[in-house]
Design a protein around this ligand. Structure first.
Ligand SMILES: [Zn+2]
Ligand SMILES: [Zn+2]
Length: 115
């Protein structure tokens, strides 16, 4: 089984966290989220991880360590992932873009952190 760690940012806490993802029959599942700081994430190379496909939460997925959300959105400007708590308008935790929700967990293309 292939496993990676991708980064997401919580707009509420303004902090990043790592999300462990596992590939299973061509789809990716989020299995575990944990707090991490930028330095550590870069050191581990989590900001370079690229994955493609669905990103469903596994049953045991614990959600954002700060706001507990298990949903996320992908920014249409920077392509990075932020927590989503069902707001109609979102603000990207990474680049600050705000707008309507445009992307969901289906068929995303994660390019890594790069903060
Ligand atoms: Zn959050
Ligand atoms: Zn953005």
């Amino acid at each position: 089984m292939k496993a990676e760690v991708i980064l997401m940012k919580c707009p509420e806490a303004r902090r990043i966290y790592g999300v462990r993802v596992e590939e299973w029959e061509g789809d990716w599942f989020r299995t575990w989220a944990f707090p991490i700081d930028e330095k550590r994430a870069a050191h581990e190379g989590f900001d370079k991880v690229k994955i493609k496909g669905n990103l469903s939460p596994a049953d045991e997925f614990n959600g954002c360590p700060y706001c507990k959300s298990i949903k996320f959105v992908q920014c249409d400007r920077c392509g990075k992932l932020s927590c989503w708590n069902n707001e109609e308008r979102i603000t990207c935790g990474w680049c600050g873009r705000s707008g309507n929700v445009v992307a969901t967990e289906d068929q995303i293309n994660v390019k890594g952190g790069g903060y």
